[in-house]
Design a protein around this ligand. Structure first.
Ligand SMILES: [Zn+2]
Length: 162
C-alpha cells in the first residue's frame, strides 16, 4: 500500500510561490493529472486560486468559475487524459494535517459523482515564509461501521520529479 504522489518540481515550486504570495492568508486550487495503473497519483499541473478567490487567515474559497474554465481547457489540450484529481491549499504557519473541515470537503468531493473522481486527493502545504512542507491524503472509501458511516484516508508518499 505504498502509493505515491508524483509532482513535478516546478509545479511544487509554483504552489510554494502562490503560498508566499497570499501569506499569511490561505490559498490553493486544483490538482490535475492522472492515476497510474499501480494507483500512484501523477500530478502534471495545478490550477491556482483564481482572481475572485477569497483568502482568509483560516479558510480559502476558490474562484469556481475560473477553476472550471481552466480545468476544461486542460482537459481539452490533453485530449481528456489529464483530469481533476483533487484540491490543494495552504496552512500558513500551520501543519500539513487535514483539519475537520478539510476532511468534510474531501468526503464531499468523493460522494459528488460530477467531480469525476471517487478517491480524491487533498494536498496540504504547511509552514511558509520560504519553508513549506507538503502532504497528500487520499480518500479510500467508505466503511460501514455501526452507528456511523466511516471512511478511510491514506497518506501518500511524496515524490518530486523533474
Ligand atoms: Zn485546510
Amino acid at each position: 500500500m505504498d502509493e505515491r504522489f508524483w509532482i513535478p518540481k516546478p509545479t511544487y515550486i509554483q504552489m510554494c510561490a502562490l503560498g508566499e504570495l497570499s501569506f499569511p492568508l490561505e490559498t490553493g486550487g486544483m490538482l490535475l493529472g492522472y492515476v497510474a495503473d499501480n494507483r500512484d497519483v501523477v500530478v502534471t499541473a495545478i490550477i491556482g486560486p483564481g482572481p475572485k478567490a477569497i483568502h482568509r487567515r483560516y479558510g480559502f474559497v476558490p474562484d469556481a468559475e475560473y477553476q472550471q474554465a481552466e480545468l476544461s481547457a486542460h482537459h481539452l489540450i490533453t485530449n481528456g487524459r489529464e483530469t481533476y484529481l483533487g484540491d490543494w491549499h495552504t496552512h500558513p504557519r500551520g501543519s500539513t494535517t487535514l483539519s475537520p473541515v478539510d476532511k468534510r470537503t474531501l468526503t464531499r468531493i468523493a460522494r459528488t459523482p460530477s467531480s469525476g473522481i471517487a478517491e480524491p486527493i487533498m494536498a496540504i502545504l504547511g509552514g511558509g515564509k520560504e519553508n513549506w512542507d507538503v502532504s497528500a491524503i487520499r480518500f479510500i472509501g467508505w466503511k460501514r461501521r455501526f452507528p456511523f458511516n466511516r471512511y478511510d484516508l491514506a497518506i501518500l508518499i511524496i515524490q518530486l520529479y523533474e
